[in-house]
Design a binder for this molecule. Structure first.
Ligand code: GLC
Length: 550
């Protein structure tokens, strides 16, 4: 594939780079652009089509960079714009496209507009760019409404004037340091559009759109009342409101004006696949994560139903499905799947941490889940470190936790740091080779030695080799990537899906044994790839997937 192919995004494999934890080039313990550039060959050899880089902009990192202070620059901790341009060129030279992350729901409290808004005071035009309101109660001492922050606690923070007088409140659906912007304001719209063009002009191939379903709020910001307006059916005061679609239509026009057209992937936790598909109408965003697959239980029926629903609804609007098993917000899938099958439905560490875990079983299922995902039609996203089989780090000392969830939940929820631990590149080096020196910004557990890239490289049975083999077959096989899926008859508790290409080429089946007993292979089937060893009798053991040619 070349970087000029227009429809590359319909069946791409995209690798997510959490830049802070990918590779450290300068030895300060934090990942950076130099580190990423030095490891591009790892990604080229893995066989991915694109990378998505989490926010790399100047930021006080109150929420790991999702608190952006300047959308058109690079955080000096990670590098500078010249290095970003070099990275884009070097990735393109390897036929790897580059997607960035745009955070349109909120700014950092260090954004110049927010500073101006605080200084300008109540009623000023500067405050119109955010959602400032007077408080309720006799002296405005109560928040303007009952909305809660996604990280815990109220979604409102009261401003204190320089002389110490408490005054207005501002809305923050996430951290206190992430004030929501006002999407009714024309300057907000224009500024984000300028940001898109700024990066597109520098060769960036697209954007992942952060919390794409929350940008538009109901005028009047009413309380949420159970049973009245708390459903995600268009009537919720800030989730999945119809107004967002108009924003994305204008973004699509901007992306389409480039050659090749630039693309978007929405992060929208919209549970109803039919409503999610509305983001993917032909004049809106091209793709959106199908998170229902990520949160499906490790049970044949649950997996199949969620796959079918995503494909059916997306097909109606002409969009491919977008599969993902792990990212920087969820418990890594080997650790979710190490619990009882239904535990997968809880997507974060705090949902599953108290449940008994079997890490070997989790990894075995994770390898099978990956072969299932990569056999499905559409786009797949991999999260850095999953190609090394990394588990979630569940025991980071609480005084090292960085995710705002820990503070805002009153020290009851550990949050998402367990999937953000710096990658192990070399088992025998300090910090497992994360950087030339320095202590990684989050502590790495001993078990990372087993998962280090050099150890995985040397072992033909490793997760790394499985991912590489799978991506190579996926790239070469005419029935994989785009095209159709047909379910085959298969024993109870198993999934068998056949794939045919748009031109009718077939001969590919993926069989996943989600039951607890081994199953026989279909007759005349030749195993191309298996997520684990078959039994002595040539059967597919429990929690194992195979790719078959016939
Ligand atoms: C998205 C990001 C997450 C961030 C939140 C607020 O869900 O993936 O990491 O905390 O948005 O920007």
């Amino acid at each position: 594939m070349s970087v000029h192919e227009q429809d590359w995004w319909r069946n791409a494999v995209v690798y997510q780079v959490y830049i802070r934890s990918f590779a450290d080039g300068n030895g300060d313990g934090t990942g950076d652009l130099a580190g990423l550039r030095s490891r591009l060959d790892h990604l080229a050899r893995l066989g991915v089509d694109a990378i998505w880089i989490n926010p790399w902009y100047p930021s006080p990192l109150a929420d790991g960079g999702y608190d952006v202070a300047d959308y058109r620059a690079i955080n000096p901790m990670f590098g500078d714009t010249a290095q970003a341009e070099a990275l884009i060129a070097e990735a393109h030279a390897r036929d790897i496209r580059v997607l960035l992350d745009i955070v349109p729901n909120h700014h950092s409290d260090e954004h110049v507009w927010f500073r101006q808004a605080l200084a300008a005071g109540p009623g000023s035009p500067e405050r119109e760019r955010y959602l400032f309101r007077d408080g309720r109660g006799e002296n405005g001492e109560l928040p303007p409404n009952n909305w809660e922050s996604m990280f815990g606690g109220p979604a409102w923070e009261r401003v204190v004037a320089p002389d110490g007088t408490p005054e207005q409140w501002y809305l923050h659906l996430f951290d206190i340091r992430q004030p929501d912007v006002n999407w009714e304001h024309p300057e907000v719209r224009a500024d984000f559009e300028e940001t898109l063009r700024f990066w597109f002009d520098r060769g960036v191939d697209g954007f992942r759109v952060d919390v794409a379903n929350s940008m538009v709020k109901e005028p009047g910001l009413p309380d949420i009342v159970e049973g009245v307006n708390d459903a995600q059916d268009g009537g919720h005061p800030y989730l999945d409101r119809d107004g967002v679609h108009d924003i994305f239509r204008s973004w699509r026009r901007i992306g389409d004006a480039y050659d090749p057209p630039r693309v978007f992937v929405a992060e929208a936790w919209v549970p109803d696949p039919q409503r999610l598909a509305r983001y993917l109408r032909p004049d809106e965003l091209q793709t959106a994560f199908s998170f229902n697959f990520l949160t499906a239980a490790w049970l044949a029926e649950d997996l199949r139903d969620n796959i079918d629903d995503a494909i059916a609804e997306n097909t109606r609007v002409g969009a491919p499905a977008t599969w993902v098993l792990s990212n920087h917000d969820v418990c890594r899938h080997p650790s979710r799947l190490a619990r009882k099958p239904e535990a997968g439905r809880g997507w974060n560490l705090d949902d599953v941490i108290a449940l008994p875990a079997d890490p070997e079983l989790g990894l075995c299922r994770a390898r099978a889940a990956t072969l299932l995902m990569l056999a499905l039609p559409g786009t797949a996203y991999l999260y850095q470190g999953e190609e090394l089989g990394l588990p979630e780090v569940e025991d980071i000392p609480t005084d090292r936790l960085d995710d705002p969830t820990w503070e805002l939940s009153g020290h009851t929820l550990r949050g998402r740091d367990g999937c953000r631990v710096p990658l192990p590149w070399a088992a025998g080096e300090p910090g497992f080779g994360f950087g030339p020196s320095g202590t990684p910004w989050l502590p790495q557990p001993e078990v990372f030695a087993r998962h280090a890239a050099d150890v995985q490289e040397a072992d033909p049975e490793s997760v790394l080799h499985l991912y590489r083999d799978a991506l190579a077959i996926r790239r070469a096989h005419p029935a994989l990537g785009g095209g159709a899926l047909t379910w085959q008859e298969s024993p109870e508790g198993t999934l068998a899906l056949a794939r045919t290409s748009d031109s009718g080429d077939g001969g590919f089946t993926c069989l996943v044994n989600v039951s607890s007993a081994p199953v026989s292979l279909p007759e005349d089937a030749e195993v191309m790839l298996s997520s684990g060893p078959l039994t002595a009798r040539g059967e597919v053991p429990a929690d194992t997937a195979v790719w078959l040619r016939h």
